[in-house]
Design a protein around this ligand. Structure first.
Ligand SMILES: Cc1cc2nc3c(=O)[nH]c(=O)nc-3n(C[C@H](O)[C@H](O)[C@H](O)COP(=O)(O)OP(=O)(O)OC[C@H]3O[C@@H](n4cnc5c(N)ncnc54)[C@H](O)[C@@H]3O)c2cc1C
Length: 376
């Protein structure tokens, strides 16, 4: 029998599928990426584009985030992807939040980070409201890209410069290697990597059923351009983030903060809200987010949730405008126990899913891990 046309078929052209395409091409493989949508439409274009190291859970996730950040820094200029922020600021409003910042900076994960006093915030981060801050964590490690531009640019670079073949508008219905059965006919490949994002029912549902997944729905919104000279130096988070992101929240010092947040921030906690604010090239701000978990999330986005998110942004930032100019929701698959899954679905078929909101930050390294020792 002649060799299949492709060494590897990747199902899914989100950041996880694209990261696998990059790693497989660099291993010299002939790669096809197949996606049912005509253009990118999933979580990978709906997120903040916040490539986050600081705050990721210590251990595997943090290590993958550091490696992935290196790959973003290398690939972004090659693919023509603008990097809009370098670094992040976590404003600590409450003294208990400042204690978490101090503990973080003193930990292994705090290398290169700084704890700023209110006076230093006023001096170095004047768009942050230092008068309502106990401290601020400044991290130089983060990058921010505009996902709705970055994902198509990354795919175009993989196609044009690295020779990856893309089949869009093409649903993969079944895999029986070397046959990948699609709505556009049979694609022949030696191995297959399934990167389906939140769609864990169309291929190998039994594999995912073992993992007790649900879906997380997030509200996102865009505030109007803030005007000339209003330029955020990095992505911005707040006390709620220190209580939520596991790299902070698992520190012993976070217990006191979480107790205060439970008393004072009930409505935000009930809606899984913490602050991320990032700025786009036109000066507008992407602000979020909320987290609602369900087997089938409803499609509704109540304004009360957005109002809570805007309240956090107002408290942290000297906003020139809080006019909302765009709203959307995003969905990602979620596991209560695992940040990402690498599953052997069938002989020659692997399935990879980021089951936490960290795919932009970890996918490149996750792909290297998933392919290592498996690619033939
Ligand atoms: C609102 C929001 C904000 C977020 N913010 C951040 C952030 O700032 N930083 C961060 O690190 N992470 C963030 N995340 C998480 C991150 O976006 C996800 O972890 C990541 O995008 C997942 O990528 P993916 O490739 O697995 O999924 P997707 O981008 O959803 O791609 C999956 C693709 O698979 C295709 N597909 C599925 N089944 C088939 C099939 N049978 N045949 C053909 N195609 C198929 C789909 O069409 C889809 O295009 C956020 C997520 C959301 C929703």
């Amino acid at each position: 029998m002649s060799a299949p046309v492709f060494d590897l078929a990747i199902i899914g052209a989100g950041i996880v599928g694209l990261a696998h395409a990059l790693a497989a091409r660099r291993a010299g493989k002939r790669v096809v990426v197949i996606d049912r949508d005509a253009q990118a439409n999933g979580a990978s274009i709906r997120n903040f584009g916040f490539v986050t190291v600081t705050g990721q859970q210590q251990g595997t996730v943090w290590n993958r985030a550091r490696r992935s950040r290196e790959i973003w820094a290398e690939v972004a200029p090659k693919a023509g992807i603008p990097v809009l922020h370098r670094g992040s600021a976590v404003i600590a409003h409450r003294p208990e939040a400042a204690e978490v910042v101090a503990a973080f900076v003193a930990s292994e994960m705090g290398a290169g980070c700084e704890m700023l006093s209110p006076a230093q915030i006023a001096d170095r981060l004047p768009l942050l409201r230092h008068e309502d801050a106990s401290a601020c964590l400044w991290s130089p490690h983060e990058l921010r890209v505009e996902p709705r531009r970055a994902i198509p640019l990354l795919a175009a670079w993989l196609e044009e410069q690295l020779g990856v073949v893309f089949l869009r508008n093409t649903l993969v219905k079944a895999i029986d290697l070397p046959r990948v059965v699609t709505t556009a006919g049979i694609v022949e490949a030696g191995q297959a990597m399934v990167c389906p994002g939140g769609d864990f029912l169309s291929l190998y549902p039994e594999v995912w059923a073992r993992r007790e997944l649900d879906l997380c729905k997030l509200h996102m919104l865009r505030l109007a351009p803030q005007g000339a000279g209003w330029v955020l130096p990095g992505s911005v988070m707040n006390d709620m983030s220190l209580g939520r992101y596991l790299g902070f929240a698992e520190l012993p010092a976070a217990a006191a903060l979480k107790a205060v947040l439970a008393r004072e921030e009930g409505p935000s906690l009930d809606n899984g809200i913490h602050l991320i604010a990032v700025q786009s090239a036109d000066g507008s701000l992407v602000v979020g987010d909320s987290h609602h978990y369900a087997a089938t999330p409803d499609p509704f986005a109540p304004d009360a949730v957005d109002a809570l998110m805007i309240g956090h942004a107002r408290r942290a930032l000297r906003l020139a405008s809080d006019r909302v100019v765009e709203r959307w929701i995003g969905i990602y698959p979620h596991s209560k126990t695992e940040a990402a899954l690498i599953e052997d679905a069938a002989p020659g078929v692997r399935a990879v899913m980021v089951t936490s909101g960290t795919g932009m930050s970890t996918a490149f390294a996750l792909a290297e891990d998933a392919l290592a020792g498996w690619l033939r």
